[in-house]
Design a protein around this ligand. Structure first.
Ligand code: NAD
Length: 478
């Protein structure tokens, strides 16, 4: 694994350096610049859980970076590397991310030092509920103040436990379900949340490829079809991104990097087959239809068109940035490129679609889920059939025309069926996500191309986000 070099800033310092680069190009009052940068509060909790006959002590965190809008929002990560520096960096990124994609939230993040692979389901439930209890009783999980979501090592299962724990402790809160997002559908979740972050990566790339000037900046042309893609981390985000890019856009997934090494095949890997293999065998080792490299990190350096780091932070750093050959990097993970590597890559002309935009699909659909929970109704329930009835009127008229015109004009075969169907929740969610990703990209590229002193998308993203957070603080009188 490529760890950042000892002389590199920490993850949080890296985020601060990127922030500083952007504010140097802005005209913020110095006090406000500092106010936005700092993390408001980080709560550390140590608690014990009786497991296998003895008490085990766990350490968890919830950082609140900015409350310029509430609730604050950000995932909960279960991993051994979780520490205060990491959650604060991730919380800061959430503030900027929410501002960039215009979700009405401040930034937060949580984490628990635990390796979920070491515990069975019942044990994980006890650990998760106890952690949730500690956060709930301090309003660090609350529908109107702080709303977590899944992140590395957590998913629908953990979110359902957290929601249930909150409901048990707040029996009269009618909005209890909105205390956490990323829940399973039957526990108040929304269609399309599991795929959302990977789907957002796909929509981000589609939008990038709509702009010839942007493709040219990366030395790319054409469409996503046939583009060679390497993905690091075939978890929730990486799997969905790789699958959609392959199945729907014709990209070729040439490399998949996991904890235990990497698979490489110039002709393309079968994403679902690799995923099944990982689920069954715990890693990529032994997968038959590809070259296996025990040193997974080296595959980041293989030639490809698009590199998708979708595992963890700091994997592209001073030790390997010079060797990265990808033309375009889309940061599906948070913070995969250190500040030092960012500079090297920028100088080389590699285009980076930054994390705060690239993986914002998750928080966008979480926003839809939160709204759904507060409105207590599934999206599309009121209008779907009415929409179909109105379409039926048009179809009736067209069918009349079809009959009158004889062979001179006919309705295309599948038109009626496709046009008549009103949108269900999944389609509405995807449409809202697509719209969000397009608009946010356009706001970044306006700054990227519109200002001579901004030469990269990351700085542009920071400028757009910081400007919005600053406006919100100013409106509050700060
Ligand atoms: P996940 O736990 O589902 O998947 C992570 C994957 O990375 C796993 O397959 C794991 O085996 C692999 N991995 C772990 N360490 C690795 C290593 N050293 N080398 C290669 N692979 C490694 O997590 P996720 O939810 O997909 O999150 C991945 C990244 O995306 C994180 O940075 C997270 O913060 C970010 N993110 C996630 C969401 C979300 O909705 N889940 C939203 C925004 C951002």
């Amino acid at each position: 694994m490529n760890k950042p070099m000892a002389n590199e800033p920490t993850f949080r310092e890296s985020v601060d350096l990127m922030y500083n680069r952007a504010v140097a190009l802005m005209d913020l009052p110095p006090g406000l610049e500092q106010k936005i940068r700092v993390c408001n509060a980080t709560y550390t909790v140590r608690f014990g859980v009786r497991l296998r006959g003895q008490i085990q002590t766990f350490t968890g965190y919830r950082a609140v970076h900015s409350e310029h809008m509430e609730p604050v929002k950000g995932g909960i990560r279960f991993a051994m590397a979780v520490d205060q520096d990491e959650v604060e960096a991730l919380a800061a990124l959430m503030t900027y991310k929410c501002a960039l994609v215009e979700t009405p939230f401040g930034g937060s993040k949580g984490g628990l030092c635990v390796d979920p692979r070491l515990y069975d389901e019942q044990e994980m439930e006890m650990i998760t509920r106890r952690f949730a209890y500690e956060l709930i009783k301090r309003d660090l999980i609350n529908p109107s103040q702080n709303v977590p979501a899944p992140d590395m090592g957590t998913g629908e299962r953990e979110m359902a436990w957290i929601a249930d724990q909150y409901a048990r402790m707040n029996t009269t809160d009618i909005n209890a379900k909105a205390c956490v997002t990323g829940k399973p559908l039957n526990a108040g979740g929304i269609s399309g949340r599991v795929e959302a972050t990977g789907r957002g990566v796909q929509y981000a790339l589609r939008e990038f490829f709509r702009h010839p000037e942007d493709k040219a900046a990366a030395g790319l042309d054409g469409s996503l079809e046939g583009k060679r893609v390497i993905v690091q981390g075939l978890g929730n985000v990486g799997y969905h991104a790789a699958k959609f890019l392959h199945d729907e856009d014709g990209a070729i997934i040439t490399g998949i990097i996991e904890r235990d090494g990497a698979l490489f095949n110039e002709a393309g890997l079968d994403v679902d087959a690799v995923r099944d293999w990982i689920v069954k065998h715990g890693g990529v080792s032994g997968y038959p239809d590809a070259n296996h490299s025990a040193e997974g990190g080296k595959v980041l350096e293989e030639a490809c068109d698009i590199l998708i780091p979708a595992a963890l932070e700091g994997v592209i750093n001073l030790s390997n940035a010079d060797n990265i050959k990808a033309k375009l990097i889309i940061e599906a993970a948070n913070g995969p490129v250190t500040a030092g590597a960012d500079e090297i890559l920028r100088t080389k002309g590699t285009v980076i679609i930054p994390d705060m935009y690239a993986n914002a699909g998750g928080v966008t659909v979480s926003y839809f889920e939160w709204v759904k929970n507060l409105s207590h109704i599934r999206f599309g329930r009121m209008q779907r059939r009415q929409e179909e009835a109105r379409h039926q009127l048009v179809v009736n008229e067209l069918e009349r025309l079809d009959e009158a015109m004889g062979d001179a004009w006919n309705l295309s075969p599948s038109f009626k069926q496709r046009y008549l169907r009103g949108a269900d929740e999944l389609e509405l969610v995807r449409s809202g996500l697509d719209d969000t990703m397009r608009i946010a990209y356009q706001s970044m590229r306006e700054v990227w191309h519109g200002r001579t002193d901004v030469t990269d998308l990351r700085t542009a993203a920071y400028i757009v986000a910081i400007d919005r957070v600053a406006k919100s603080y100013r409106a509050k009188g700060l």
